[in-house]
Design a protein around this ligand. Structure first.
Ligand SMILES: *Cc1c(COP(=O)(O)O)cnc(C)c1O
Length: 407
C-alpha cells in the first residue's frame, strides 16, 4: 500500500467503529433515541436508571446538585482526569485530593478516613484505567459513614468487576463518559446510572430545568465531527490521527486542559443530540467484543513485555476492563519518541497530579501529600490496547519496546 508507507502508524487510541456507526449518522434522529440509548445502557450496566448528559462531567455536576450538595467537600483521587475536580468546583463544592496506591493506580482507600470531615459531602471512587476499585475496603468506609454518598466514576471502567461485583452498582450512582477516546463512544456524551428512584427523578428534573435542548446545528456538527474523524480511525492510513491531533480536531482529548484554569466546555449545558444517542446504541451492542478484545491484548502485553528493564508493567486484574494499558518508565519521552519514529504512537495518559496543577495548588482541598500520584504522573505511558485480535500490531509494539533498550 503505497500511501500507507510513510503515514502508516499505530495510533495510541482508536474507537471501535464500523459501518453501523456511519449509518447511524443518517437522519432522522429524534429525541426518542436518547431514551432508547438510556434503556440499552441501563440494561448493559444492570441498573434501574440511566440518564444521558452532553458530557460525563455535566452528569457529575448535576448529580452533586441532585444529592443536595453545596459548599461541601468531595473526596476524589489526586490521580484522575482533571474534568472530575473541575465538575466538583463547578457544582459549588470543593475537591479534596487523596493519593493513589502503587498496585493499581486507584485512590488509596486506606487514606480516605483521614480526609473525611463534617464537611464531606460525597466520595468519588474511580476505577482508573479500568481497574476495579476495591469494593471490600469501600464497603467498610460506607459502613462507618453511611451518610456520605458514594459516586462511582466509571468513565474508564465501563463495568469493571471487583470479585464479581460490578463497580457501577456499588454506590449511590455512577458516572460515565463516552467521548471518542472512551471504551464506548456516543461521539460526545455521558451517563449517570443509579438504582435509586428518588435520585433518578431528581436528576431528570434537574436535566429538564438546566439543560437546553440540542439545536439542529449541534446535531450536524456532531455528524460532521464523526464523519471527519472516521477515516482517520478506520483506514490503514493511521498517521492521520497524528495529523488530526496536530490540526486541532482531536485536541479536546490531547490538551483538553489548561494548568491554571478551572472551566467547562461552553456547551456543557446543551443536551445530548439524538444522533449521538443512535451511535451510542450501536456501541452498546459492541461492548462485549470490545472488552474481550482489550483483555486479550492486555494479557498479550503482560506475557511478552516482562523482561524489559526499567519498564514496570501494570497488573493483570480479574474483572478489569483495560481502558488503558499503562506501564511506567523513567524514560517516557525517549521511549515515546523512539516508538513514534518507528510508526507507533504511545500515549501519555494523565501526565499530571491534580493537586500540583496551578489551578488547584492553593485550594483548601489540597491538604495531603500525594507522592504516589506525583510519581505516576511522571512515569506512565499507555500502549495501544484496542488492537485487533490477530496480534501482529501488538507484536510490532512488543518488538519495538524490547529493541529500545538495545539502542
Ligand atoms: C473522561 C472522564 C470523565 C468524563 O469525561 P467527559 O469528557 O466529561 O465526558 C470522568 N472521569 C474520568 C476519570 C474520565 O477519564
Amino acid at each position: 500500500m503505497a500511501i500507507a508507507g510513510r503515514y502508516q502508524m499505530i495510533p495510541r487510541l482508536k474507537p471501535t467503529l464500523g459501518w453501523q456507526e456511519l449509518a447511524a449518522l443518517l437522519p432522522p434522529a429524534g429525541e426518542e433515541e436518547i431514551q432508547r440509548f438510556e434503556q440499552a445502557f441501563a440494561r448493559l450496566m444492570g441498573q434501574k436508571h440511566a440518564i444521558a448528559f452532553p458530557y460525563g462531567r455535566t452528569g457529575l455536576v448535576l448529580l452533586l446538585e441532585a444529592l443536595g450538595l453545596k459548599e461541601r467537600e468531595v473526596i476524589c483521587p489526586a490521580y484522575t482526569c482533571v474534568v472530575v475536580p473541575h465538575a466538583i468546583v463547578t457544582s459549588g463544592n470543593e475537591p479534596v485530593f487523596v493519593d493513589s496506591q502503587e498496585e493499581d493506580f486507584n485512590m488509596n482507600l486506606d487514606l480516605v478516613p483521614e480526609a473525611i470531615t463534617e464537611k464531606t459531602g460525597a466520595i468519588v471512587a474511580t476505577s482508573i484505567f479500568g481497574y476495579p476499585v476495591d469494593l471490600d475496603r469501600l464497603d467498610k468506609i460506607r459502613q462507618q459513614h453511611p451518610q456520605i454518598p458514594i459516586i462511582q466514576d466509571c468513565a474508564h471502567s465501563f463495568a469493571a468487576e471487583w470479585k464479581g461485583r460490578p463497580v457501577q452498582q456499588a454506590g449511590d450512582a455512577a458516572i460515565f463518559g463516552s467521548n471518542i477516546s472512551k471504551i464506548l463512544t456516543s461521539i460526545f456524551g455521558g451517563m449517570v446510572t443509579t438504582d435509586r428512584d428518588d435520585l433518578a427523578d431528581k436528576l431528570r428534573q434537574l436535566r429538564k430545568a438546566r439543560i437546553q435542548p440540542p439545536t439542529w446545528q449541534k446535531a450536524w456538527r456532531r455528524r460532521l465531527y464523526l464523519a471527519a474523524i472516521y477515516p482517520a480511525f478506520t483506514a490503514p492510513i493511521y498517521g492521520m490521527t497524528n495529523a488530526l491531533e496536530r490540526s486541532g480536531l482531536l485536541n479536546r482529548f490531547v490538551k483538553y486542559y489548561d494548568e491554571g484554569i478551572i472551566e467547562m466546555p461552553t456547551d456543557y449545558l446543551v443536551g445530548m443530540t439524538g444522533v449521538e444517542a443512535k451511535v451510542g446504541q450501536v456501541q452498546v451492542g459492541r461492548y462485549h467484543d470490545i472488552i474481550a478484545n482489550r483483555r486479550q491484548v492486555a494479557e498479550f502485553y503482560d506475557k511478552h513485555l516482562q523482561e524489559i528493564p526499567n519498564f514496570i508493567l501494570p497488573p493483570l486484574v480479574e474483572g478489569a476492563t483495560y481502558s488503558h494499558y499503562v506501564p511506567r518508565t523513567e524514560h517516557r519521552q525517549q521511549r515515546m519518541q523512539y516508538a513514534l519514529k518507528h510508526g507507533v504512537q504511545l500515549g501519555q495518559i494523565i501526565e499530571y497530579c491534580i493537586p500540583q496543577m496551578s489551578a488547584y495548588r492553593d485550594r483548601s482541598g489540597n491538604r495531603f501529600a500525594c507522592p504516589v500520584a506525583r510519581q505516576m504522573a511522571k512515569t506512565t505511558v499507555n500502549l495501544p490496547v484496542y488492537l485487533a485480535k490477530q496480534g501482529n500490531q501488538a507484536l510490532k509494539i512488543v518488538e519495538l519496546l524490547s529493541k529500545y533498550n538495545k539502542i
